[in-house]
Design a protein around this ligand. Sequence first.
Ligand code: HXC
Length: 261
Amino acid sequence: GSYEHILTSTPKPGVGLITINRPKALNALCSPLFVELNEALSKYDNDKEIGAIIITGSEKAFAAGADIKEMAPLSFAAAYNDNFIAPWSHLANTIRKPVIAAVAGHALGGGCELALMCDILYCTANANFGQPEIKLGTIPGGGGSQRLTRLIGKSKAMELILTGKNFSGKDAGEWGVAAQVVDGGKDEVLEVALKTAETIAGYSRVATVAAKEVVNKSQELSLKEGVDYERRLFHALFGSKDQTIGMTAFAEKKKPEWSNE
Ligand code: HXC
């Protein structure tokens, strides 16, 4: 489809790329943009050809947050009754294929939260992360207080969220927020994301979706429950064709031809 605020393409076999493209507002995530983002995500999630999805922005901004001008006039009743930003849960709650964030420039407020919702985060060293909502008289609303705290611990998260102080891509790497910090700019970080996405898309869809599901369970469950959950799904994968294909190919020293079943 054609969108107003995002671009979509398949730059490599099996890889769906979504580029946030609202340059006039530094990719601020207005509600219509999020509707488009969700539509594109679901389209790739439901597309058998696609094995991994990348979300990126521009050199200057991954996304400078939710749209402050859109939020400014909202009342509690309007926000509550319309369940404002409910669409923001779609990515974390519904999308089953791996999603990679390739972050350059600003990733602030909702932009930081969107990046944190992705399964793997890559960024440039000078990417600019932060939860500056406190400066606007409010708090994170896209999961930042929960996801950032789980990633970097309470004291650091408290400091960032209470002061609105930003942190760099380099910090993100050192703190384990980013899987890798990439030298260079947007093109370089996107290149790293594309390589990983292509690798993931080269595996069985059944296995990659299951792998994402079990890792995500570790964020929700106790260790015992999580390990039990993993065990059940591990057992279940013996019912997949691709388990037979993968293990037989190894034994025969061949490259597996996945059935995605
Ligand atoms: C709406 C935004 C915006 C935003 C930037 N713009 N961020 N519009 N919402 N979040 C607009 C500016 O108004 C300006 O429009 C244009 O983009 C360029 O921005 P400048 O400020 O001129 O650019 P610069 O001087 O380079 O500064 C960049 C910046 C600054 C440091 C990123 O724009 C900034 O502080 N933005 C707000 C960051 C923020 O507070 N984000 C959190 C939002 S709250 P004009 O028309 O003037 O050219 C949030 C809540 C999440 O995200 C909870 C819900 C999920």
